[in-house]
Design a binder for this molecule. Structure first.
Ligand code: ADP
Ligand code: MG
Length: 259
């Protein structure tokens, strides 16, 4: 029999220690091509550290991460990062560079010039006017800036998109719109996406699979439907209870208004 193909992304007993802080402990899991995975958990649970083990912003102290069957530490970091789109926590644009320069940055670090037409195409993908290419980040709204952050992450033709609390700094309406846009891009471009968020509602609405992290470990690995049906254990359910209670309260309020 043929051996089964390697997972698109595989974590093998990945651990990361900072002196006596165990940021990530013994994480093993496979992510298939096309999945939209949300990594949810309290602040300090190790989400960002685990995400950064994929694009080598962090090197594990034990275990390894395989992309397409190959250890991410095997080659030089630049071509690896070219294949992996990364949307930073917060905004993460360079303030002294134009929108176009920010988007073209990763390819430029590898000596490649991104054509103007490609920059316009990337801006259209995130529903921004290509005329914004010459603006500075300070001349954009928070939502527009994070759209540029997503365009930059897609500039390298990557099939793997990593996002660290991408919408955390945005107002709820902008946040919802941009989340939906990213989910559509994920579907249309055939991406595999890993999104870190502390917001379970966002995870349930956007992801196909939700991983819950606590104290460096994955404590639940469920679909949104399974989580909503009560699966995943106490820590996961405590997180699901937040949007569930809000939904109940909203329903009661609207009944009150209807009376
Ligand atoms: P999260 O993204 O879930 O908020 P992090 O992955 O940023 O969590 O952090 C997990 C733990 O590792 C925390 O206790 C944090 O203080 C610690 N940590 C993260 N990065 C470093 C670092 N560069 N040096 C020392 N400790 C760190
Ligand atoms: Mg974090």
């Amino acid at each position: 029999m043929d051996p089964s193909p390697p997972a698109f992304l595989r974590f093998e007993a990945v651990g990361k220690r900072y002196d006596d802080v165990h940021a990530v402990r013994d994480v093993s899991l496979d992510i298939c091509s096309g999945e939209f995975v949300a990594l949810v958990g309290a602040s300090g649970s190790g989400k960002s550290t685990l995400l950064k083990c994929i694009n080598r912003l962090v090197e594990p102290t034990s275990g390894r991460v395989l992309l397409d069957g190959e250890d991410v530490l095997a080659g030089p970091p630049a071509p690896l990062r070219r294949r992996i789109g990364y949307v930073f926590q917060g905004i993460g644009l360079f303030p002294h560079m134009s929108v176009a320069e920010n988007i073209a940055l990763t390819p430029r670090l590898e000596g490649e010039r991104l054509p103007e037409a490609r920059i316009a195409e990337l801006l259209e993908l995130v529903e921004l006017d290509p005329a914004m290419a010459t603006r500075l980040p300070a001349e954009l709204s928070g939502g527009q800036r994070q759209r540029v952050g997503v365009a930059r992450a897609l500039a390298g033709d990557s099939h793997l998109l990593l996002m660290d609390e991408p919408f955390g700094a945005l107002d709820p309406i902008t946040r919802g719109q941009l989340g939906e846009r990213v989910r559509r891009l994920h579907d249309d471009l055939g991406l595999t996406t890993v999104m870190v968020t502390h917001d379970m509602a966002e995870a349930l609405l956007l992801a196909t699979r939700v991983l819950v992290m606590d104290a460096g470990q994955i404590v639940a690995d469920e679909t949104p439907a399974a989580l909503l049906a009560g699966a995943g254990g106490d820590i996961a359910q405590a997180l699901v209870d937040v949007p569930r209670a809000q939904a109940r309260q909203l329903a009661r309020t609207s009944e009150g208004i209807g009376e």
